[in-house]
Design a protein around this ligand. Structure first.
Ligand code: SF4
Length: 62
């Protein structure tokens, strides 16, 4: 599974970083970034939750 955050859509709410700190991290600019592109298997469920709960629908997976 690959994941990316659309920084044009990210509102910096931090939900994803709370749900899955193993994949998402806040930058100094106050936006989230996925610091892995290939999601480790143990984080897949948490990433799916982050996709569902991101208020701006900024996270995409494929
Ligand atoms: S939950 Fe969505 S809006 Fe909030 S920091 Fe993560 S990607 Fe950005």
């Amino acid at each position: 599974m690959n994941v990316r955050v659309d920084d044009d859509r990210c509102g910096g709410h931090g939900v994803c970083c709370v749900l899955c700190p193993g994949v998402f991290q806040m930058t100094e600019d106050g936006y989230s970034v996925a610091y892995v592109s290939e999601v480790p298997a143990q984080h897949e469920e948490a990433v799916k939750k982050a996709v569902a709960q991101c208020p701006t629908k900024a996270i995409s997976i494929e």
